[in-house]
Design a protein around this ligand. Structure first.
Ligand code: ADP
Ligand code: MG
Length: 314
């Protein structure tokens, strides 16, 4: 029989916008001592904006954005949404660094972006597809290198500079040649810092886990109060699972909070998988618990609630 306290906990959870897959989930939350937090969309808003574009000759910035935007329009990744939106709002083809937000000043012809065929998405890597007969790829520099795109020394330098600046730097290649860099910026959610403090107060060790580059990860960790040593950057989806496994092998009981397709396997591997309600269906299906809002504070609330519930049963 299910203890009444647990059912009450589940009901109270629902009132607070926390959906729990079964009563045993609350038992699992009690022993959790480590919590891995996915960066994009979990700690940060995931609503990125394009802050700069660089093009390598013979490509223009407008071309880089248009081609990348076309292929990204087929992806549901937060980076993809930002690049496609910027491309739709037709960034002026000037060489200065321009804000590609929704100014709409350079109204494009309204026809939108060119079609993409043969679209393929590599979670934690990037996207590729054929646009106007050219093979366009956009993604993480390591992924493009793995796929045979070699930057010239100058291009590599530009890429490193973009990454070290703390921006999310997306590399664009056309027909196997580096064509440019799109830099994006995300913002830490308003409630994330307080949530991390609450998780620590609950005795949990919060760690940041991201496929993004190390500089971005370090900035976000510092902003929310996660220890610099507790950051895993440049981690592919399988790497996220591996990080959970390694911590478990070291004796930790691990919770993982995430929202993306790239987080699903790690959510399933964790002792307690927590999905953000704003996330993808795949993440929600893989998780034990879903917080309906978009706030990391609800993750702390879920753990507090379960502990209080179990304390009443004892
Ligand atoms: P996170 O762990 O921060 O949620 P992901 O694992 O989804 O990030 O992605 C890791 C990296 O892979 C991104 O920072 C980006 O460089 C690249 N990437 C993933 N999906 C895309 C995409 N649709 N377009 C461009 N780059 C992508
Ligand atoms: Mg994410």
């Amino acid at each position: 029989a299910t203890p009444v306290g647990l059912l009450t906990g589940t009901g109270r959870g629902a009132q607070l916008g926390i959906l729990i897959k079964g009563p045993q989930v609350l038992e699992d939350t009690r022993t959790v001592d480590t919590i891995l937090l996915d960066k994009t969309g979990t700690v940060t808003s995931g609503q990125l904006s394009v802050i700069a574009i660089a093009a390598f000759a013979p490509f223009s910035e407008a071309e880089v954005l248009r081609l990348a935007g076309a292929v990204e329009s087929a992806s549901e990744h937060p980076i993809a949404a930002a690049i496609a939106a910027a491309a739709r709002s037709a960034v002026p083809a000037t060489s200065r660094r321009s804000h590609a937000s929704h100014s709409g000043s350079e109204a494009d012809d309204g026809a939108g972006l060119p079609a993409v065929v043969g679209f393929h998405s590599a979670p934690g890597g990037g996207v590729v597809g054929t646009v106007e007969g050219r093979l366009v790829a956009a993604g993480r520099s390591g992924w493009l290198r793995d796929n045979g795109v070699e930057p010239t020394p100058a291009q590599g330098q530009a890429l490193r500079a973009a990454e070290e600046s703390g921006a999310t730097a997306i590399w664009v290649a056309v027909d196997g040649e580096a064509a440019g860099i799109i830099e994006l910026r995300d913002t830490v959610k308003a409630g994330s810092k307080a949530a991390v403090a609450r998780l620590k107060a609950l005795g949990l060790r919060p760690m940041l886990l991201t496929g993004d580059n190390a500089a971005v990860a370090a900035q976000v960790a510092a902003a929310v109060g996660i220890d610099a040593d507790d950051v895993f950057a440049g981690v592919l989806p399988e790497g996220k699972v591996e990080a959970v496994r390694r911590l478990q092998a070291g004796g930790a009981t691990v919770a993982m909070a995430g929202d993306g397709v790239n987080d699903a396997a790690a959510l399933a591997q964790a002792d307690l998988g927590i999905a953000m309600g704003s996330g993808t269906d795949v993440a929600i299906e893989a998780a034990d618990l879903t917080v309906m809002g978009n706030d990391l504070g609800q993750v702390a609330t879920a753990i507090e609630l379960s502990r209080r519930t179990l304390a009443t049963i004892k």
